[in-house]
Design a protein around this ligand. Structure first.
Ligand code: S3P
Length: 437
């Protein structure tokens, strides 16, 4: 699908982003291996979280939709050992979180399973999850000398492990913590990260009665004697989806946007910290808590942004927001340097290469680094024919770029938004007035 975008005269209104994708995956997976039935309200509507549900159903979990708005499901936990062998290959679609977290779960089952995904997911690094799970006793094999999916997993008795991740990754940390749940009486699982990554798994396991302790970037899980207790989860709005409206509201000259009920877990709020540092008129209001997860309403207004440096420990706190932050940097006064972000090269696409390619087409002064991008901002963006390359976050970032550029932008592959934010273009149309300048 192609989508044409022009700069609207104003960007005004309220928007409620879809349920958080990371929390939704975890609410479905952890409640599946728990004891009891749980209701998950505001489950993320995109294709990624649907992939998690279809894989869990193929493993014998009963998951029933019980309301459409907000999307609500009921998950009947089967307990740690109650999954059944799937009779066909599991398909994680485009979702690395599905594949990596379920690999942790499957490593400790008493059966054989194969998990695959789309072409993008089959090209993403899986050695990083295979390696620690093998050290825990797992038998996992993959293509290309055990580095790529499809993955074949022969469930085993697992044991705990003290492991240092070479790169901060909530997906690998979570896969290990889930595997650690199955290493009954065989030692604790300790995951050490170079920087703190999102901690939704830790928070949810704690709420389910599992002994998980966190000290800085070190997480320790004691294997529980029985299955975790199922818990109802009300999923906050996804700050990674809110990010597009925060940047659009700050960049557009006639804007005021209220983004409602958004998760503001400190391991995810790098985007807020950076926008504030760049001078955004952004307020965090009505802070509250949904099941161990902080939530707030965010209000953003037209702002004069200045450049900033983005790197180090900040990167895991905003890794998925870099595409839209790069758009902000194009219009901010001065030079923004994004570094220490080579992980961007192994996301749904190589986001460093494609951001440089697409923003250059719009006249941005951008330079590729091995681990980031230098953006000399302060100029104007001009409309151009661009491509999402099938990457949802590229499609939405280009939508924001098009809405602050001179002239018309045409985005090829605009339907990629379905992966995390199926209502993105509808929300976009609602926030911009119909009369174009
Ligand atoms: C996620 C972790 C991050 C993030 C991804 C979702 C998660 O990936 O980029 O979109 O839900 O755990 P890594 O764990 O690979 O850094």
């Amino acid at each position: 699908m192609e989508r044409r975008v022009r700069r609207p005269p104003s960007v005004r209104g309220e928007v409620t982003p879809p349920g958080d994708k990371s929390i939704s995956h975890r609410a479905a997976i952890l409640n599946s291996l728990a004891e009891g039935t749980a209701k998950v309200t505001n489950y993320a509507p995109g294709a990624d979280c649907a992939s998690t549900l279809s894989c869990l159903r193929a493993l014998g979990v009963k998951i029933t939709p019980i309301a459409a708005s907000p999307p609500t499901i009921e998950v009947q936990g089967v307990g740690a050992r109650g999954f059944s062998e799937p009779d066909t290959v599991l398909d994680a679609g485009n979702s690395a979180t599905t594949m990596r977290l379920l690999t942790g779960l499957l490593a400790g089952q008493g059966f054989f399973a194969v998990i695959t995904g789309d072409a993008s997911l089959r090209s993403r690094p899986m050695g990083r999850v295979i390696h620690p799970l093998r050290l825990m006793g797992g038998r996992i094999y993959g293509r290309n000398r055990d580095t790529l999916a499809p993955l074949a997993i022969k469930g085993q008795e697992l044991h705990g492990l003290d492991y240092t991740l070479p790169v901060a990754s909530a997906q690998i940390k979570s896969a290990m913590l889930i595997a650690g749940l199955f290493s009954q009486q065989k030692g604790r699982t300790v995951v050490r990260e170079p920087a703190v990554s999102r901690d939704h798994t830790e928070r949810m396991l704690q709420a389910m009665g599992v002994k998980v302790t966190v000290e800085g970037a070190v997480v320790t899980l004691m294997p529980p004697a029985g299955p975790p207790k199922a818990i109802d989860v009300r999923v906050p709005g996804d700050i990674s989806s809110a990010a597009y409206w925060l940047v659009l509201g700050a960049l557009h000259r006639n804007a005021r946007v209220e983004v409602r009920a958004t998760g503001v877990n400190p391991t995810r709020t790098g985007i807020i910290d950076v926008l504030l540092r760049m001078g955004a008129r952004l307020r965090v209001e009505n802070e509250r808590v949904f099941n161990n997860e902080p939530v707030a309403d965010l209000v953003v207004e037209s702002s004069e942004l200045t450049a900033t440096d983005i790197g180090g420990e900040l990167i895991p706190r905003l890794i998925d927001e870099v595409p839209v932050l790069a758009v902000a940097a194009c219009l901010a006064k001065g030079t923004t340097v994004i570094k220490d972000a080579s992980e961007l090269r192994v996301k749904e696409t190589d986001r460093i290469a494609f951001l440089v390619a697409e923003l250059s087409k719009m006249g941005a002064d951008v330079q590729e680094l091995p681990d980031g991008i230098i953006i000399r901002g302060g100029g104007e963006l001009r409309g151009a024919r661009c491509s999402s390359h099938g990457d949802h976050r590229m499609a939405m970032a280009l939508g924001v770029a098009g809405a602050v550029a001179d002239g018309e932008t045409l985005i090829e592959g605009a339907e990629a938004v379905e992966v995390s934010y199926p209502g993105f273009w509808q929300d976009f149309d609602r926030l911009v007035s119909s009369q174009l300048c």
